[in-house]
Design a protein. Structure first.
Length: 233
C-alpha cells in the first residue's frame, strides 16, 4: 500500500520534548516542522518591546495588525527560525522575560485567532508536523496522527534547566520549576482552547525514553497512519 503525506499534531505540557521530537520527525520524513509556541513567544516579545497593554482588546488588535510572522530555514542549525516583521527573533524568544508572560498572552482570544488562522493555512498541503497546546484539538482536529506528550515534572524541570543554563548561568532550578508550573496551570485552565488531550490522541510518556527510542516508536505510528488512512466522516 502506498504512503501519503499526513498531518502530525503534537501537544503536551511545557518542556516535555515536543519540539525535539517534532523537529526530528520533520527531518526524517521531509515534512515541514512548525513550532507553534514560537509564534506565541514572538507575539509576546512584540508586546513587551512595544509596551502594549494586552489587557486592552483594542490595543491587542491594533498591535496584531502590525505583526508579521514567518519562518526561515537556518541551514547552519538545521531548524526553522521564527521571524517577527522580518527580524530573526529566535535568540530572544526563549528568555525568561518572555516565558514569564507568554501564557498570559496566549490566553487572549484575539491573539489565538490570529495565530491559529496562520497555522491552519500552513497545513493545507499536509506533510507537516506541528507542536503546541491545541494542535490536535483546535488547529488540526482532523490530523491523521495526534500525539499527547507527557513526562515526569522533575524530568521536565531538569531538561529545561539544562537548556537555559547553557545561555544563562544565572538561572536557578526553582525559577524554571515555577515558570513551568505556572504555564501549565494557565495553559490548562484558560477559556480559549485550553491544553487537554484530544480523545483520539495517543499518549506518549517519554520520562524514561531516549530521543532515539521515542523517534522509533513514533515513526511506526506514522507508517501506520500514512498507509492506513482513517476514514473521516
Ligand atoms: O517549549 P515549551 O513547551 O516550554 O513552550 P512553547 O511550545 O514554546 O510554548 C510557549 C507557550 O505558548 C505555552 O506555555 C503556551 O502558553 C503557548 N502556546 C499555546 O498557547 N498554544 C500553542 N499551540 C503553543 C504554545
Amino acid at each position: 500500500m502506498s504512503s501519503h503525506k499526513i498531518i502530525i499534531a503534537i501537544d503536551g505540557y511545557s518542556s516535555c520534548g515536543k519540539s525535539t521530537l517534532a523537529k526530528e520527525l520533520g527531518k526524517k520524513l521531509g515534512y515541514n516542522y512548525i513550532d507553534s509556541g514560537a509564534m506565541y513567544r514572538a507575539i509576546t516579545l512584540y508586546f513587551l518591546r512595544n509596551h502594549i497593554d494586552y489587557t486592552n482588546p483594542v490595543a491587542v488588535l491594533d498591535a496584531i495588525a502590525n505583526i508579521n510572522l514567518g519562518f526561515v530555514f537556518n541551514e547552519q542549525l538545521e531548524r526553522s527560525d521564527i521571524e517577527l516583521n522580518g527580524e530573526d527573533v529566535e535568540p530572544y524568544i526563549r528568555d525568561m522575560i518572555v516565558s514569564e508572560k507568554v501564557s498570559e498572552v496566549a490566553a487572549i482570544r484575539e491573539v489565538r485567532a490570529f495565530a491559529v488562522a496562520q497555522q491552519k493555512r500552513m497545513g493545507r498541503k499536509k506533510g507537516i508536523v506541528m507542536d503546541g497546546r491545541d494542535i490536535g484539538t483546535t488547529v488540526f482536529p482532523d490530523a491523521e496522527l495526534k500525539i499527547f506528550m507527557t513526562a515526569d515534572p522533575d524530568v521536565r524541570v531538569m531538561r529545561r534547566f539544562q537548556e537555559m543554563y547553557a545561555t544563562n548561568p544565572q538561572i536557578t532550578i526553582d525559577e524554571v520549576r515555577h515558570n513551568l508550573e505556572l504555564r501549565d496551570y494557565i495553559d490548562s485552565t484558560r477559556e480559549e482552547s485550553p491544553l487537554h488531550r484530544a480523545d483520539d490522541a495517543i499518549l506518549l510518556d517519554n520520562s524514561n525514553l531516549t530521543k532515539e527510542e521515542q523517534l522509533e516508536i513514533v515513526l511506526e505510528w506514522v507508517k501506520d497512519r500514512a498507509t492506513n488512512p482513517r476514514v473521516t466522516q
